[in-house]
Design a protein around this ligand. Structure first.
Ligand code: SF4
Ligand code: SF4
Length: 332
């Protein structure tokens, strides 16, 4: 069995040509629930309702990956989810090298790393004052998470899932993080499950207002608001509802539970209320699926790269990201 702890599978020109000519391949973007365990209990968590209590062993996961390789599945993008994936470092250590791009979605309560060749998306769904009530963590945890995310040597983004209690606090979020080394804050909205009482869900009208606010904030913070303009426009209700009518993730991606079984329609599971989806994933999948949008996104990425080199960002600490768009492989 190959130990793929070090990066082995890299993007090559032929990959881009293949995608450019043939489109993004089926299951080119997958997510793996690394573990069923988590040390937080967030109010908006879909995962705990899936009630897993077992997981594949490391060797079983490696066989699973090898089996997929033998069947010719693409190993392009993988989102490592949970539970808290950093509770199971050995699987990450051995699994990351299989994929060309990796995104580790963590709650940030454990030290990040040591893998530099991936993106860490640290989920912080609240400001300091609400953090305990939203995540169930003790009062010291927010500062611990902030210290863990503040890593110049790693590619770290904050993911802020907007729930209804947070709708009026969005402008404070970039302020909270701008003096750290994180590369930006990515916003998305809470996705309810069917039958939820919708107390946390942000209705379409409020959501559109927040997106307009984020577009304005981008004029101040530039790329530190990590959602691109294109993504924000696609997140607006009219366009987004048309996209999730037939969620493009279903056609190009796949999610797998801690036992390696396919989860449908996505990581949120069969109870996902797609008619009220707030994830960024449909937008990102739509961009990957439509050549016209992908060209636009690539051009946007090149412009950012150039801006990053000139260091003209108003926040002043933006470290330019490679045009690989790795930071957009968020929320898989
Ligand atoms: S950190 Fe993630 S998996 Fe853990 S409770 Fe919160 S939302 Fe759920
Ligand atoms: S919950 Fe959202 S991302 Fe998941 S399948 Fe439904 S629309 Fe797509």
């Amino acid at each position: 069995m190959k130990d793929s702890g070090q990066k082995q599978n890299r993007w090559k020109l032929k990959d881009f040509l293949r995608i450019g000519l043939g489109g993004f391949p089926e299951q080119g973007m997958i997510s793996i629930d690394v573990t069923y365990r988590c040390n937080l209990s967030c109010t908006h968590c879909y995962f705990r309702y899936q009630r897993y209590d077992t997981e594949l062993t490391i060797d079983q996961w490696l066989s699973w990956l090898e089996n997929r390789r033998a069947h010719g599945y693409p190993f392009l993008i993988c989102g490592w989810l949970g539970g808290e994936p950093l509770l199971r470092r050995e699987l990450l250590e051995k699994g990351l090298g299989y994929f060309k791009s990796n995104v580790i979605f963590t709650n940030g309560t454990l030290e990040l790393g040591p893998w530099p060749d991936c993106t860490y998306v640290v989920s912080v769904p609240a400001l300091r004052t609400q953090y305990t009530s939203i995540t169930g963590a003790d009062a010291k945890t927010f500062d611990k998470v902030k210290a863990h995310a503040d890593r110049k040597d790693l590619q770290v983004l904050i993911s802020f899932c907007i729930t209804r209690p947070m709708v009026n606090r969005v402008p404070e979020v970039p302020k909270e993080w701008e003096k750290t080394a994180v590369k930006g804050v990515y916003f998305e909205f809470y996705t309810p499950r069917y039958g939820d009482n919708l107390q946390l869900w942000v209705d379409w009208k409020s959501r559109d207002l927040i997106i307009s606010q984020l577009l304005e904030l981008k004029k101040i913070y530039g790329d530190f608001i990590a959602n691109t303009r294109q993504e924000l426009i696609l997140m607006k209700a009219a366009k987004f509802r048309a996209i999730v009518d037939d969620c493009p993730f279903y056609h190009i991606g796949a999610s797998f539970d801690p036992m390696g079984r396919r989860k449908l329609p996505c990581a949120v599971g069969p109870e996902a209320d797609c008619t009220r989806c707030g994830c960024i994933l449909p937008v990102f999948s739509q961009i990957l699926s439509k050549r016209r949008l992908m060209v636009h996104a690539l051009w946007d990425g090149i412009q950012k790269e150039l801006r990053g080199r000139k260091r003209t960002n108003t926040v002043g600490h933006w470290n330019s990201l490679p045009a690989s768009r790795s930071r957009h492989e968020i929320h898989i």
